[in-house]
Design a protein around this ligand. Structure first.
Ligand code: AMP
Ligand code: ZN
Length: 113
């Protein structure tokens, strides 16, 4: 999608630090990390938010969670991690391309606030 920051990152039009890639998924280092390890994981296909997941595209969410397990193993996150999706304005979503945050290497508090 034109004028989508994460589509541009997927296409390599905007630089990112790659953490993982396969045919369906791209993961990169968050530019403003909220934990010592902070990856942003996106489907290569443009989906606006979690609110737009449906029977046709939900396999991409499974692909993202397969990537989470691979990234965790490759980066020795065996002590644990958190996967977060912010959806919509009140959910704290600032980029309109579905993405999951993978946060690790610090004690993450709950509830998140
Ligand atoms: P959210 O607030 O859930 O929409 O998350 C968007 C995330 O994208 C934030 O954590 C930003 O720090 C991150 N971000 C924005 N621009 C870039 C960029 N150019 N490269 C890497 N991460 C980015
Ligand atoms: Zn996009």
């Amino acid at each position: 999608m034109e004028d989508c920051l994460f589509c541009k990152i997927v296409k390599g039009e905007i630089n990112s630090t790659k953490i993982y890639e396969d045919d369906f998924v791209y993961a990169f280092a968050d530019i403003a990390p909220q934990a010592p390890f902070h990856a942003v994981i996106v489907p290569k296909e443009h989906i606006k938010s979690a609110d737009e997941i449906n029977a046709e595209n939900s396999f991409l969410v499974a692909k993202i969670f397969e990537a989470v397990a691979i990234i965790a193993k490759e980066n020795n996150l065996e002590k644990g991690y958190r996967v977060v999706n912010n959806c919509g304005e009140e959910g704290g979503q600032t980029v309109g391309h579905l993405h999951f945050h993978l946060l690790a290497r610090r004690n993450l508090q709950w509830p998140p606030g």
